[in-house]
Write a protein that binds this ligand. Sequence first.
Ligand SMILES: [Zn+2]
Length: 239
Amino acid sequence: MRTISGVRRWASDLFWAFYPELCPGCGKAAARAKTCFCVRCQSQLLPGDMCFLRENEFTERLWGRIPLESGAALYFFQRRSPLQRALHRLKYHRQAHIGLQLGRLLGGQLKRSPFFRRVEAVVPVPLHPDKQQVRGYNQSALIASGVSEAMGIPAFLGALERRRFSESQTRKRRMERFDNVAEVFVLAQPGAVAGKHILLVDDVLTTGATLEACGRALVSAPDVRLSMATVAIATTRMR
Ligand SMILES: [Zn+2]
């Protein structure tokens, strides 16, 4: 059983190594360099165009929760859209190259925005090590690598770590009625981010609880300015 899945994984990795330029939405048509999606899929996406506005749906959602220099999402998330299919392929079908494709697209747009010009380094939202071992990679780290490449700035992929709370901490947080009780984000490389304008990157912004928690960990280092960007922004009802 394990061998068959290993072979399948190997075949899938090999396939994607040779055909990296397919549209992440349909997986069939050729991706256009400028938009990453094919013409048909692109026409079904809802662009956010947020990075060209100082205040937008993204910054509004985080408003009053954590100080942000800038915030933006590339697209509005829609169910059954090519974007949902792309993110699903990235997360559950071992199509890691989609993370880089989407990251380059996001970074390319941010680079043209006056509000993201001073960002100095990219940090991804970390995945719990157990999950990363199962999936083989952290999709946000791949997106962050694409952003870093397109913007010509470094990515600190290990700056944040995700850890489970101890049992007593979990009990305490439950009593305090925190929703997201199980995990905590730790700034593992404070020296790398100190004094810098950091761009925190994730795949989707929903409630903002994860980005807020990661942001808090980042600004615990001295003189950190914080911006955030995601590939998609979803309604808070999504999950
Ligand atoms: Zn397509």
